[in-house]
Design a protein around this ligand. Structure first.
Ligand code: AMP
Ligand code: MG
Length: 350
């Protein structure tokens, strides 16, 4: 692969792209001159992202990916007044472009698949807790009771062909639990369209990889430990996969000694208290991985294991419980290693 690229071209690329290169994304790759990394860091969707591609076509691929991410951010951003989602939330109806419509369609599908643990209409509840404005507060039970009917997805109509959406009175969408996974999946498509066979994208710690590293070895992806004073939970070695983590530790506030995090249980309107600190999903499908990381966090370990046994052909998972036990589903047991922790395998037949 890439053997025809001359050293001169590779050098030029290295100079051209390395202002602002994401060191972390490329640090565990064994590059040779022929395998120059083209890497760009951007801030979008409320998070730092790094897009890295290797070999021929890498520069065009990374440029196209960054342009795409910026465009998508403009369409989806809830912080921006003129994004399609903001407009829709304000007016209750509208026409979405292809990408937002596709994300919403997948979100609805996964809401059904997870029996409502994933819900793309959590925005009124997120607002009540002050997450979008960062003016955090604990809403009263009566306030939550009044808002819970607004997340009933029977009030949401999407016509995927036209992109037309209508929301019932007061309903508001929040695609924050799925948009990053969709984005990373699309970046992989952009890489492929540009002839790239090796690369990765990291979106706020969530990673999707294309192919293997340029020397043919597997990508090594470290799983973050919510306990920052300790080592990584472990390392996954794989190719062509999305690895997406949800955890209460990612966004939270404290009031009166109680911690309230940003993943809400659609049944109660409260931050999900499911006994899990984090859920990592590994899948070919980045969109699915993102939505399921959120949903399985809400479900808790027992329900999540049951769910995995039904859909084990579509994903694998690593769970970290509140009491610091790590569980790894059978399909990735051989890919996972941890030097610091003991862990258990969850088997297909329980
Ligand atoms: P993630 O980091 O992928 O788990 O996504 C968390 C984000 O998804 C939150 O910041 C909210 O914007 C949104 N969210 C919170 N609870 C849910 C839920 N139960 N289903 C879907 N999205 C949610
Ligand atoms: Mg998610």
């Amino acid at each position: 692969m890439n053997m025809r690229k001359s050293a001169v071209v590779a050098m030029v690329l290295a100079v051209a792209v390395c202002s602002g290169c994401g060191e972390d994304a490329v640090s565990d790759t064994q590059s040779t001159v022929d395998d120059t990394a083209v890497s760009q860091d951007i801030f979008a969707m409320d998070t730092y992202m790094t897009v890295t591609a290797y070999g021929e076509g890498a520069e065009a691929a990374v440029d196209a990916a960054v342009a795409y991410i910026e465009e998508l951010d403009d369409l989806l951003s809830i912080g921006s007044d003129n994004s399609e989602i903001t407009q829709l939330n304000e007016t209750g109806s509208g026409t979405l472009s292809d990408d937002p419509a596709e994300i919403l369609s997948r979100a609805i599908e996964i809401a059904e698949m997870t029996d409502g643990a994933f819900n793309p209409a959590m925005y009124p509840l997120m607002e009540a807790w002050g997450f979008p404005s960062q003016e955090y507060r604990v809403p009263s039970q009566s306030e939550l009771d009044a808002l819970l009917p607004l997340i009933d997805l029977s009030g949401l109509m999407l016509d995927l062909d036209s992109g037309n959406v209508t929301l019932s009175e007061g309903m508001k969408l929040d695609l924050g639990g799925i948009a990053k996974g969709y984005t990373s999946a699309q970046v992989m498509e952009i890489f492929v369209e540009n002839g790239v066979t090796s690369g990765l994208v990291s979106l706020g710690g969530n990673v999707q990889t294309l192919g293997t590293k340029t020397d043919g070895s597997l990508w090594r992806i470290a799983l973050q430990n919510p306990d920052e004073s300790a080592d990584y939970l472990g390392v996954l070695e794989l190719s062509d996969k999305a690895v997406i983590t949800s955890g209460g530790y990612e966004r939270y506030f404290e009031q009166d000694g109680i911690t309230y995090h940003h993943i809400l249980d659609p049944e109660t309107g409260y931050p999900a208290e499911s006994g899990l600190q984090s859920v990592t999903i590994v899948s070919d499908d980045g969109t699915l991985a993102d939505a399921l990381s959120t949903a399985l966090f809400v479900m808790g370990l027992d329900k999540a294991i049951e769910f995995w046994r039904t859909y084990s052909d579509q994903f694998d998972a690593v769970f970290l419980t509140d009491d610091a036990m790590i569980y790894v589903t059978e399909g990735i047991a051989d890919s996972f290693s941890s030097t610091s922790y003991s862990w258990e395998i969850i088997e297909e037949a329980g």
